[in-house]
Write a protein that binds this ligand. Structure first.
Ligand SMILES: [Zn+2]
Length: 121
């Protein structure tokens, strides 16, 4: 089995990971106690998002997380990630314009995952 680092060496996933980490770092600098590195909570979040990215059920051919239909996060983490991306989605353009442009380009690829089935109760 490949490690997270090996999987995230794949260029597309690597770009997404760098973008995730950059956004969490920016958020931490503004909202938490940033001492040369992100706070412990954000560090944990970065590790978790990297792991989820690597082991997403859509596989390494997964679309970007924005368009992916797999449910990777628990509701609590999902809310945390949404808060950070809502805060950072415009700001990130000023810090990482090239990475963000590539991310938008990557997001054009449609999801290969089937839509989640509704339960027929
Ligand atoms: Zn933080």
């Amino acid at each position: 089995m490949k490690t997270v680092t090996e999987i995230l060496a794949q260029p597309r996933l690597n770009r997404e990971m760098r973008l995730q980490n950059a956004m969490i770092t920016m958020y931490c600098k503004q909202h938490h106690v940033y001492q040369g590195k992100v706070c412990r909570e954000c560090e944990r979040l970065q590790q978790m998002t990297a792991r989820k990215l690597a082991f997403c059920e859509s596989g390494i051919e997964k679309p970007t997380c924005v368009t992916c239909t797999a449910v990777c996060y628990t509701p609590v983490v999902s809310k945390q990630v949404r808060t950070i991306s809502r805060w950072g989605r415009l700001r990130i353009w000023f810090r990482h314009p090239i990475l963000m442009s590539l991310y938008c380009f990557d997001s054009l690829k449609p999801s290969q995952m089937p839509k989640p089935k509704l339960l027929n109760l």
